[in-house]
Design a binder for this molecule. Structure first.
Ligand code: HSE
Length: 300
């Protein structure tokens, strides 16, 4: 029996649109029993609307990988345990793609390296900012290079906690990308380039006082506030409560704050109170940073 565990991820971290992300200690898992009739079982907190048949994204990704390496599709029974809320900006589809690839690769005897799996994952997902931390763990930078993505792990953030505010409502990534203008003013581009530089310094030096400014953005958060009432005000409330920095998680609607140990209650309370004022119900969870990325183990 093979078990693959894949972390949730939060992309962008403010200015790092489509290139920065981090992994969180909230997991989906895939269990594979070989030499069994084909079957998909779903368990965990989020099963509604997820197909338990050949149209399942994890299964489709596994088949895609086996086709790529000319490996005959084995007969397997699969159990998918879902704890990452879907369509909330916490990388659930990247977790499905990365999980499917790691599972299929393990079953085939691990012919692909992590770097090679990243290239396949990126070609399926279309943007690498969730798949890179889902594979590598920690906070990652994905650099588009000729022929693929160069992944860099910037740090493992041992002394940071993440407050994750998850609204009851879902937001489709395509819709949240669709409202962004195709071109950006040069001044906004300069703002984000310089802020990503500052953010990288903050992570590499573990100088988290730099996060407050470093996580500010000009390319997408203001625009997306039209889809998520109270977005900017709730991020500001987190800073007022002592968070190091705060940002929209991926394309939303989840909000992320990075905080020092001990401030969980204040930051959760402050963010939930503020977002409630805008008529949005949400739950707050506090998570540590995942440092391993997707892992696979064989259970005898
Ligand atoms: N970076 C993407 C976006 C989401 O903000 O649209 C995750 O890939």
């Amino acid at each position: 029996m093979i078990r693959v565990k894949i972390p949730a991820t939060s992309a962008n971290l403010g200015p790092g649109f489509d290139c920065l992300g981090l992994a969180l200690q909230l997991y989906n898992s895939i269990t594979i029993e070989t030499d069994r009739p084909f079957q998909i079982s779903l368990t965990g907190s989020y099963c509604n609307g997820i197909p338990a048949n050949e149209n399942n994204l994890i299964w489709k990704t596994m088949c895609h990988f086996w086709e790529l390496i000319h490996f005959p599709t084995p007969s397997v029974a699969l159990t998918f345990e879902n704890h990452i809320p879907p369509a909330r900006g916490l990388g659930s589809s990247s977790a499905a793609i990365v999980g499917g690839l790691v599972a299929a690769n393990t079953l085939a005897g691990s012919p692909y390296s992590k770097y090679e799996l990243l290239q396949v994952a990126n070609s399926i997902e279309g943007h690498p900012d969730n798949v890179t931390p889902a594979l590598y763990g920690g906070v990652t930078l994905s650099v588009p290079i000729e022929g693929g993505i160069l992944p860099r792990v910037l740090g493992l953030l041992p002394n940071l906690k993440a407050v994750v505010i998850i609204p009851d409502t879902v937001l489709n990534t395509e819709k949240a990308r669709g409202i962004l203008p195709p071109q950006v003013p040069r001044s906004d581009a300069v703002f984000n380039i310089s802020h990503v530089g500052l953010l990288i310094e903050a992570f590499i030096r573990e100088d988290y006082a730099l996060l407050k400014e470093g996580m500010r953005d000009a390319l997408h958060q203001n625009q997306r506030a039209a889809l998520i009432p109270g977005l900017l005000e709730t991020l500001e409330a987190a800073l007022q409560a002592g968070a190091y920095g705060s940002a929209l998680s991926g394309s939303g609607p989840t909000l992320l704050s990075l905080i020092p140990e001990g401030l969980q209650e204040e930051v959760c309370h402050s963010m939930i109170t503020k977002i409630n004022q805008y008529g949005i119900r949400a739950q707050a969870i506090v998570l540590d940073i995942d440092t391993d990325g997707a892992t696979s183990s064989t259970i005898l």
